[in-house]
Write a protein that binds this ligand. Sequence first.
Ligand code: COA
Length: 185
Amino acid sequence: MDTSYQRLVASDADLLADFLINGEWPFHGPAALDRDTIRQRVFDGFYDGDESWTFWIVEGGERVGLIRLFDLADVPEGGAPLFDLRVDSAYRGRGLGGQALAWLTGYLFTEFPDLRRIEGTTRQDNRAMRRTFLSNGYVKEAHYRDAWPGTQGHVHDAVGYAILRRDWLSGATTLPDWNDEAPAT
Ligand SMILES: CC(C)(COP(=O)(O)OP(=O)(O)OC[C@H]1O[C@@H](n2cnc3c(N)ncnc32)[C@H](O)[C@@H]1OP(=O)(O)O)[C@@H](O)C(=O)NCCC(=O)NCCS
């Protein structure tokens, strides 16, 4: 695959609006964004600024996906960045999402040498994203019941994953110690 990752620039605002408005994002909540809001967000630095950087996933010259890295301003204080990863529906299931997660993980750990962990949260029924996390060495660390508003009043559970720098470096997968409750006295 001929895949590259290109930083979003302000003049991409309309391309970004086309990508977000025309795409199918069943796991991104009920609120669809309109073009003016997306343009304004680009102008305000929501996609590229002190807090966030955004990259197109480009394959064969086509913009087929998007990676938004955020909470970056917290990293020097020890915080973990988060990300939003989207592949256009016509290009899903071909390995692009997995490849993009591997790329962004390496990119963040390289850009921020003191970064210890990267986090991601998704809806419980987002099977593709959950597989993508696991295939890239991310480990489930959290399960939030009734935490993700859906449509028509439904709520979903949310699940949180993370990868540690030390696991990324070694290729090992270390698990949280779930059996750490103190025994009843
Ligand atoms: C989630 C997403 C980024 C995955 O990207 P993708 O290019 O479709 O995924 P890949 O082809 O790289 O496959 C990654 C893994 O998911 C699995 N997978 C892909 N589609 C799947 C599906 N519909 N159901 C279950 N598993 C699926 C693959 O088999 C693969 O698993 P493996 O590594 O164990 O073999 C993509 O489907 C997407 O953009 N979805 C909509 C946006 C979204 O929900 N983003 C996540 C926001 S938190």
